[in-house]
Write a protein that binds this ligand. Structure first.
Ligand code: CU
Length: 352
């Protein structure tokens, strides 16, 4: 019934994050693909119906009174001087109180279910680090993290310990019916039990700055066999072209929110022109930077890029507004990934 009012998911541009949008139901609700937290939908529909009911009753009474008791001539005196009605007032205090207490008890039970993590989920604990504006996931018993994409095993309860390195964010996977604010300086845990294989969205659900709306990640729920192959730990750099391709997908996940590759200004400087191709060699551009308060000119090379990724504040680009904008540091990116990003930057020059 309400589905038509909701934007058709097929028409939304999912190019950057092509997780297939699951079908929504007649209420505009996504399917629930976790065996946990049944109360979420119950409470949602209950609140929804209560709201619609009171909207109709109150607005109906209001419209009825406006028409029925309107002043018919300009000098018509007030016919009644009722100041109160005790039984009526008691009813409209007690009834909403009861309804609100039901919502409270229901919500409190749900809150306890979500925050008390069962043993099975705590044995499968991931870490989700939120920062402006991306997600880093680290896996149980696996050294390589993944960025803006996370793989979890189907039919296995999972816990995410969430932390933020800067401002407030929120961990929200609609199809799993979990949402939790992430408060800087503390770990917030969420858990759930996924029951269907697929690709789903994870959103940041707390306004966290300019690119908040682009701070989403892809959740891959995969079979145990596929999970065992550690799909996030594939990094193809057998040839420079493949390394550039791997670098490009990492760029889309991690850097695109702040860097364009076509010259468009963004939070950070464009990568267009970082390298130019002269014959068969790539030459880095000249760049004026501020290091320790002093301006100097350097040539862009692998060392400068590596440092820009790991310690972006070391040398700030001396050009407004980039000298004032801050870049998130990525200390977890290993050599191979940084090499891939550099290959990608060089491939931009080759394409010109
Ligand atoms: Cu956000």
């Amino acid at each position: 019934m309400f589905a038509q009012l909701i934007q058709d998911p097929a028409k939304i541009n999912y190019v950057e994050n092509p997780a297939k949008p699951p079908e929504i139901d007649a209420w505009g609700q996504l399917p629930k693909l976790a065996s946990t937290f049944d109360h979420v939908d119950g409470l949602f529909y209950f609140t929804y119906i209560v709201c619609i009911f009171f909207f109709v009753v109150i607005l109906g009474a209001l419209l009825f009174s406006v028409v029925k008791y309107r002043r018919k001539t300009w000098d018509q005196p007030a016919a009644s001087n009722v100041t109160h009605n005790t039984p009526l007032e008691v009813v409209w205090t007690i009834v909403p109180l009861i309804i609100v207490m039901i919502m409270f008890a229901w919500g409190f039970k749900g809150c306890m279910d979500m925050t008390v993590v069962p043993e099975a989920a705590s044995r499968n604990t991931y870490k989700a680090t939120a920062k402006q504006w991306n997600w880093t996931f680290t896996y149980p018993n696996h050294a390589t993290p993944s960025f803006n994409e996370v793989w979890i095993e189907v039919n296995k309860p999972v816990q995410f310990l969430c932390e933020s390195t800067d401002v407030l964010h929120a961990f929200f996977i609609p199809v799993m019916r979990v949402k939790r604010d992430i408060v800087p300086g503390r770990f917030q845990s969420v858990w759930f039990h996924p029951i269907e294989i697929g690709e789903f969205h994870l959103f940041c659900a707390e306004y966290c700055g300019d690119d908040h709306s682009r701070m989403y990640a892809k959740v891959h729920v995969v079979s145990a066999e596929e999970f065992a192959t550690a799909p996030w730990d594939k990094w193809d750099d057998t040839t420079p072209a493949l390394a550039a391709k791997s670098g490009e997908s990492l760029y889309k996940n991690l850097c695109q929110t702040c860097h364009s590759v076509n010259g468009t200004p963004a939070v950070g400087p464009t990568w267009k022109g970082l390298f130019t191709k002269q014959g068969d060699t790539f030459v880095g551009r000249q760049r004026e930077v501020i290091e320790g308060g002093a301006k100097k000119t350097i040539t862009v090379d692998e060392a400068y890029i590596t440092e820009s990724v790991r310690k972006p504040d070391q040398k700030k680009v001396a050009e407004s507004p980039y000298d004032k904008n801050n870049m998130t540091a990525f200390p977890d990116l290993d050599e191979r990934r940084i090499k891939g990003l550099i290959e990608y930057m060089k491939s931009l020059a080759a394409a010109q």
